[in-house]
Design a binder for this molecule. Structure first.
Ligand SMILES: [Zn+2]
Length: 192
C-alpha cells in the first residue's frame, strides 16, 4: 500500500510520493517523478504502492501486468490505454480520463469516484466491487462488462451505453442518465 503520510507543505493534504517529503505538485523534481511513474506504468513489471497525484499522463500504453495499492488520484489521463491490466485496491478518485481504453481489464475494489470519463472505452471488462460514485461520463462505452457490486450512485451518465452487462447488485441510485441503453443487461437486478 502507498504511504498515507501527507505533504510537508502546510495546508496541502495530498499524499507524498515515495521517498519524497512532498506530494507530486509540491516536488522540486516533478520531471523525474513523472518519468519514473510513466516508466513503471508502461513497463512489464507488476506495480505496487505507486503514489502520484495531480500528474498528467498522455499518450501512454500500459503493458499487461498486475497493479495493486496504487494512488493516482486527481490525475489527468489523455489517450492512455489500460487494456489487459489486472488491478486491485487502486485509487483514481477525481481523475479526468480523456479517450482512454480499459478493454479486457480485471479491476477489483478500485475507486474512480468523482472522476470524469470523456470518450472512453471500458467495454469487455470486469469491474467488481468498484466505486464509480459521482462520476460524469460522456460518449463512453461501458458495454459487455461485469459491474457486480459496483456503484454508480449520484453519477451523471450521458450518451454512454451499458449493453449486455452484468448489473447484479450494481448501484445506480440517485444517478442522472441521459440516452443510456441497458439493452441485454439485467438492470432488474441492479439497485436504482
Ligand atoms: Zn503538496
Amino acid at each position: 500500500m502507498f504511504s498515507l503520510r501527507t505533504c510537508s507543505v502546510e495546508g496541502c493534504h495530498h499524499y507524498i510520493c515515495a521517498d519524497e517529503n512532498t506530494c507530486y505538485h509540491h516536488s522540486n523534481d516533478k520531471e523525474t517523478i513523472l518519468a519514473q511513474a510513466q516508466g513503471q506504468l508502461g513497463g512489464k513489471e507488476d506495480l505496487f504502492d505507486l503514489s502520484v497525484s495531480e500528474a498528467h499522463f498522455c499518450g501512454l500504453t500500459l503493458a499487461p501486468k498486475r497493479m495493486a495499492g496504487n494512488n493516482l488520484a486527481w490525475c489527468t489521463f489523455t489517450d492512455v490505454d489500460f487494456s489487459s491490466i489486472s488491478m486491485a485496491n487502486c485509487f483514481f478518485d477525481f481523475c479526468l480520463f480523456e479517450r482512454c481504453r480499459f478493454n479486457a481489464v480485471d479491476v477489483r475494489h478500485t475507486v474512480f469516484a468523482g472522476s470524469r470519463f470523456l470518450s472512453c472505452d471500458l467495454s469487455n471488462s470486469r469491474f467488481i466491487h468498484s466505486n464509480f460514485s459521482g462520476i460524469a461520463a460522456f460518449t463512453s462505452n461501458f458495454s459487455e462488462c461485469d459491474f457486480y457490486y459496483s456503484t454508480f450512485n449520484t453519477a451523471l451518465l450521458t450518451d454512454s451505453p451499458f449493453e449486455d452487462c452484468n448489473l447484479k447488485k450494481t448501484d445506480f441510485r440517485h444517478s442522472l442518465r441521459k440516452n443510456i441503453s441497458f439493452r441485454y443487461s439485467n438492470l432488474e437486478e441492479a439497485h436504482r
